[in-house]
Design a protein around this ligand. Sequence first.
Ligand SMILES: Cc1ncc(COP(=O)(O)O)c(C=O)c1O
Length: 383
Amino acid sequence: MNLSDRVNNIKASKTVQFTPLIQQLKQQGKVVIDFAVGEPEFETPADIINVTKKALDDQNTRYGPVSGLPELRSQLSARYSGYDGDNIIISNGSKQSLFSVFQVICNPGDEVIIPRPYWVSFVEQVKMAGGKPVFVNTINHQLDIGAIVRAITAKTKAIIINTPNNPTGAVYPEAGLEEISRLAIHNNVYVVSDEAYDFLIYDELRSVSFFNFKAARDRTIITNSFSKHYNMTGFRIGYVAAHKDIVQAMAKFQGHSSGNVCTFAQYGALAALSMGEEILIQRKAELEKKRDIAYGYAAELFDCIRPQGAFYLFPNITKHLRQGRTSEDFAADLLEKTGVAVVSGEAFGMPGHIRISYATSEDLLLRGFDKISEYLHSEETSV
Ligand SMILES: Cc1ncc(COP(=O)(O)O)c(C=O)c1O
């Protein structure tokens, strides 16, 4: 096929790499323990489902405004003091929000600084916008501010920050974020702050939005999502909070690409904003408990940093890699031999690691880690 250079130059998402194989194994009747998924196992809360159903019954099924339902934009803006509905744009998940953001801020050759490991889509999205990803390493999964300073050039357009982080679960302290905000002002660059997991933060830590850094506000582009907070991954609703010029540019772009976000799903999002948070707080507590359990198991097997947010562990597995084997080989072999699916660090720009999602039942955590332990043992004895 005669495809564009644009598509030929991007890599397929590695987080979904094993999905067809997992399905095939399940069809063959094999038990698969899925630690690869990027969503909590919880159901969407009933209030959200009921309001969405009603929106369908009421025929809220037509085109809506490209930037989202005005009421939804306005209610979301209340989270950002001084902003109004014109500072918010709704997209089909924050994945599309981020895609549109890079489309509207990047010119060809503009550099975007991406701390590594990173969420799978940042790199390809920057490339699709004509930008150049510039990677900086982290130290024990935390930002290395010095490395970011050194990476800034006259071509730097933006710095991406993602806390709580996928794949590491790391939460960045406020002081470091504030330093980034000062860098953004000093160097006249944007900060794209992906806050998709802001609700899922543990150990009584306080979630710090980049919005807090008032002096950098016009340089700050926040992306957020209903997916993980409200267990609405399939609704596909994300949003951006930013300067009105950014929001207007995104609206122009979305007007020719996606058009509006599913109308009745946005009614579900409105219901999410007005429902009581008790059930979500309870679910968060369950995830925190699972974090403790999963981290306990993982720390016995691997070098693993204790995460404080999201629902992932990102252990270093290099000591378990036989000569010449990569973490990608490890993940493929583990799935084939034990039925446990994980994502290899290559997906996140950090080979030698695997990402384990612990947003599953306690029983599956126990069984899955037992299988991983048996696998490691059999590998050691077969050398
Ligand atoms: C860090 C991060 N950002 C953005 C997204 C996109 O989420 P959604 O498009 O469902 O809002 C994800 C999904 O896994 C993510 O992990």
